[in-house]
Ligand binder design. Structure first.
Ligand code: NAD
Length: 327
């Protein structure tokens, strides 16, 4: 039997595939290699997985119903991570974001129902909390005021999962990831972008006065949560749950830039710019439910995670980004 991982060539998806393979599972990866960032980066993400004969990669779009219907019949659980990710791109093209994130999610839920597959993990996002004035953000807080199309589609995806579990007996778990970082991080995200600028002695653009804060979550901690989440969907009765995965330690933007500068041994030159539309003031995960349901205990503090990221960036990421010339 095998797990279907959508978005298998992406940042989080490729790490999840590696971890599942390393613990002996068979994995079917589905990815369209969309043009959001270069294919060669996604190919590098998949290099380790391709060494396993238990890994099958299907190249295609989650919105392609006939392709999805033909996926291998060994699949008995789904981890749905494929998406048009990111707040800013969703403001530039909200319809594409809605198409992939809502229609695509609906097609995967239909697939699970048609095949009688019960366990279904959905990658949601802390962005669903919008500008929540209450901290930390709890799963019981209102999520009715998204401030970007991306956030609206992630909330919509959760609601589609809820409806499918209610109507068809799926066990759906929506995991709200809080800004994930680490090796293979998406090239559009601040930590990776700023790293390239630091190494190239460029100015680091800081949106706002540096007081906005993010609950940056190291990839290894997210993976522990996703794997525990997958186990939970396999052993639990039909139903729907939503769980935060963060670190519960918000870091201010100014502090993030300082720690990053330290990790690369550079003094950041900062250019202050106005806040961008769609940005939220802060994110901060309440982890009580994650602990109770998944025994989730994140363990990587920010300076340690940044050191590990910087090590990878110098060895691989900066070459992929052509900051240090090709490897
Ligand atoms: P990513 O862009 O690196 O990975 C997404 C993958 O999905 C890519 O490889 C892409 O080619 C694939 N994809 C996109 N559209 C597709 C389609 N129509 N059909 C098939 N494949 C398609 O992003 P990521 O950062 O790894 O994010 C993974 C998931 O986690 C996403 O659902 C994202 O919304 C969610 N998430 C990420 C973060 C974060 O900080 N990285 C935070 C919250 C939520």
């Amino acid at each position: 039997m095998s797990v279907l991982v959508t978005g298998a060539a992406g940042f989080i998806g490729s790490h999840l595939v590696d971890r599942l393979l390393e613990r002996g599972e068979a994995v079917v990866g589905l990815d369209s290699f969309d043009s959001f960032y270069p294919r060669r980066i996604k190919e590098a993400n998949l290099a380790h997985a391709r060494e396993f004969s238990r890994f099958t990669l299907v190249e295609g779009d989650i919105r392609d119903r006939s392709l999805v219907a033909k996926l291998p019949d060994t699949i008995n659980s789904v981890a749905h991570l494929a998406a048009r990710a990111g707040v800013r791109p969703s403001i530039r093209d909200p319809t594409l974001c809605a198409d992939v994130n809502l229609v695509g999610t609906s097609i995967l839920l239909d697939f699970a129902v048609a095949r009688g597959i019960r366990p279904f993990v959905f990658a949601s996002s802390s962005s669903v909390y919008g500008n929540n004035p209450k901290t930390p953000f709890s799963e019981t807080d209102s999520v009715d005021h998204p401030v970007s199309p991306y956030a609206a589609t992630k909330r919509g995806g959760e609601l589609l999962c809820h409806a499918a579990s209610h109507l068809h007996g799926l066990t759906c778990l929506a995991l709200r990831f809080f800004t994930v970082y680490g090796p293979r991080q998406r090239p559009d995200l601040a930590i990776r972008k700023f790293s390239g600028l630091l190494l190239a002695n460029g100015e680091v653009p800081r949106f706002g006065d540096g007081s906005t804060a993010r609950d940056y979550t190291f990839i290894d901690d997210i993976l522990e949560g996703v794997l525990a989440g997958l186990e939970w969907t396999r052993r639990s009765d039909p139903g729907f749950e939503v769980v935060n995965l963060g670190e519960a330690r918000p870091i201010r933007l100014a502090e993030m830039i300082r720690v990053l500068g330290e990790a690369f041994g550079r003094s950041p030159r900062v250019r202050e710019l106005p806040m961008e539309p769609g940005d939220v003031e802060r994110t901060f995960a309440d982890l009580e439910r994650a602990r109770a349901l998944l025994d989730y205990r994140p363990s990587t503090d920010f300076p340690e995670g940044i050191r590990k990221f910087a090590e990878w960036y110098l060895a691989e990421g900066a070459h992929q980004d052509e900051v240090l010339g090709t490897a």
